[in-house]
Design a protein around this ligand. Structure first.
Ligand code: PRP
Ligand code: URA
Length: 208
């Protein structure tokens, strides 16, 4: 599939299994989700450009590096919140925006209720964080918002994707590279990913 990178290793496979298991309780669910988020953050960071500068060790001067562009992390409320801490731990200088979206259960279309991002998106690298890419409606709407507000280079980090969502993203936002920990089979009639993990927001926050 185009513009899709599946980030996979034995620890991710174990953690995706913990997420899928219907008996996993919210605390364990959040830990597994944040462990996978570390791996996603590291993989995405391989795209970052560096700027060289001189640093002085206690012994002598040497070449050092810093990130060339500001990084902006944008979790999609609610479920994206459990990915943010892992990304911030390895990119502490990142700024954080928020997008509030909720899928209408009947139409499956995203309904927006909050939008706040830092300035200068056009000079930043923006990473949207959302564990689920199902119909792709929420991700596509989020990137519409971000681009309308000037976002340039963007990535999407998610845990579980459906082919339908990847296709929508490829059609509507072909410039966005998607990083996912698993590519699942398809959506069911209610727009849930199969085999999936159920409702990511509910399982993260125990609202079931
Ligand atoms: C979930 C998920 C995504 C969206 C994906 O959020 O976190 O944002 O569904 O579905 P889509 O690709 O079909 O748009 P949800 O709407 O359940 O909101 P919540 O996180 O507040 O529970
Ligand atoms: N949102 C979720 O939380 N889970 C799905 O399977 C689809 C959309």
């Amino acid at each position: 599939m185009k513009n899709l990178i599946i980030v996979d290793n034995p620890l991710i496979k174990r953690d995706v299994t913990i997420l899928r298991d219907k008996n996993t309780q919210p605390a364990e669910f959040r830990y597994a989700l944040s462990r996978i988020s570390f791996s996603l953050a590291i993989e995405i960071s391989k795209n970052f450009e560096l700027e060289e500068y001189e640093v002085e060790t206690p012994l002598e001067k040497t070449k050092g590096y810093k990130l060339k562009y500001q990084i902006v992390l944008v979790p999609v409320l609610r479920a994206g919140l459990s990915m943010i801490e892992s990304f911030l731990q390895i990119i502490p200088e990142a700024k954080v925006g928020h997008i509030g979206l909720q899928r209408d259960e009947k139409t499956l279309k995203p309904v927006d209720y909050y939008y706040k991002t830092p300035n200068n998106l056009h000079q930043s690298i923006t990473i949207l964080l959302d564990p689920m890419l199902a119909t792709g409606g929420s991700a596509a709407a989020s990137f519409n918002f971000l681009k309308k507000n000037g976002a340039g280079k963007c990535f999407l980090a998610c845990l579980i994707s459906a082919p339908e969502g990847i296709e929508k993203m490829n059609n509507e936002h072909p410039d966005i590279l998607i990083y996912t920990a698993a590519l699942d089979r398809k959506l069911n009639d209610n727009g849930y990913i199969l085999p999936g993990l159920g409702d990511a927001g509910d399982r993260t926050f125990g609202t079931f």
